[in-house]
Design a protein around this ligand. Structure first.
Ligand SMILES: [Zn+2]
Ligand SMILES: [Zn+2]
Length: 291
């Protein structure tokens, strides 16, 4: 039940987004095209009060909770009924710990209709860190790997020395500035090394911005789909169910067997087959016949 912008319940409705990192530039067009929502930037909302990537302010709660808090702040700042918020988290890949993994969330809150929609996606990311004393070959290789230049870096002392104000350079995109920051932070570090980290703020991380754009298309498609029971926008996949049976021995694998579609407002649920139509798992993933 895909809606067309002009006839969708959200056509012409304003939605607020609080972002200091330009995310509205990719989220706005997707929501406008998908359901006719008009994104309004919620000025003067300091989303950093809910935590920063660089750790000056620790994050509390789950990423979904944090995202809904951001959405609430945007509602309060604008007096609108709808808000969108984004939240990213980064760390080792759950299945392949040597690879970095991103999780991006977009949440949509409609206070008038009582709707809460969560769209999430595991994403590729350049998330990484490196310790260094200068622009040597390993450091240059690290810079190449994480797309330094188009993607910014953060530099700080690798081993913080107490009784000194914490040094932290963010948003570095030029080699000269990087060399200077490394020298300064290495000199201020107890171990004589600087720590380089990828800057994960979306406006300084095009990989992330692109993924947020893809997620925004997903959110728009979900909002365009109305609940078959109550007609609320935002009907879509809310869970995965079961273990897809092994093609050889039938043991349930870690692959999901079915998708659970659900409403963002009422309790309506429906079980759907996998998007790829698979009914049997590759025995290579079987915990029983191929351990
Ligand atoms: Zn419903
Ligand atoms: Zn098997």
């Amino acid at each position: 039940m895909s809606g067309h912008g002009a006839h969708h319940p959200y056509s012409g409705t304003k939605a607020a987004m609080a972002t200091r990192h330009g995310k509205h530039q990719v989220v706005g067009p997707a929501l406008a095209e998908g359901v006719g929502l008009r994104l309004v930037l919620a000025e003067d909302v300091d989303t950093d009060q809910l935590g920063t990537f660089t750790g000056e302010i620790p994050r509390r709660g789950t990423p979904v909770e944090t995202a809904f808090r951001k959405a609430r702040l945007a509602l309060e700042a604008t007096d609108l009924n709808c808000a969108v918020a984004s939240e990213g988290s980064f760390g080792p890949h759950p299945v392949a710990p040597l690879l970095p993994c991103g999780q991006e969330l977009l949440v949509f809150l409609d206070a008038e209709r009582g709707l809460r929609v969560v769209e999430r996606r595991i994403t590729p990311t350049n998330f990484a860190h490196h310790t260094s004393t200068g622009l040597d070959a390993p450091t240059k290789a690290f810079c190449d790997r994480v797309g330094f230049g188009s993607h910014a870096l953060i530099v700080r002392p690798h081993t913080a020395v107490e009784d000194r104000s914490p040094l932290l350079h963010k948003g570095i995109q030029e080699p000269a500035a990087l060399a200077e920051a490394i020298a300064e932070c290495a000199a201020a570090s107890a171990c004589g090394r600087a720590r380089l980290e990828t800057d994960m703020r979306a406006h300084l991380n095009p990989t992330r911005m692109q993924q947020i754009g893809i997620l925004a298309d997903g959110l728009a498609a979900r909002l365009a789909t109305l609940c078959p029971a109550c007609a609320a926008p935002g009907y879509g996949v809310i869970d995965r169910e079961g273990g897809l049976p092994c093609g050889l021995c039938g043991t349930p694998t870690e692959w999901h067997r079915a998708l659970v579609h659900g409403c963002a407002r009422c309790p309506h649920r429906a079980i759907h087959p996998r998007d790829d139509g698979l009914t049997r798992a590759d025995p290579a993933h079987c915990p029983s016949c191929n351990p």
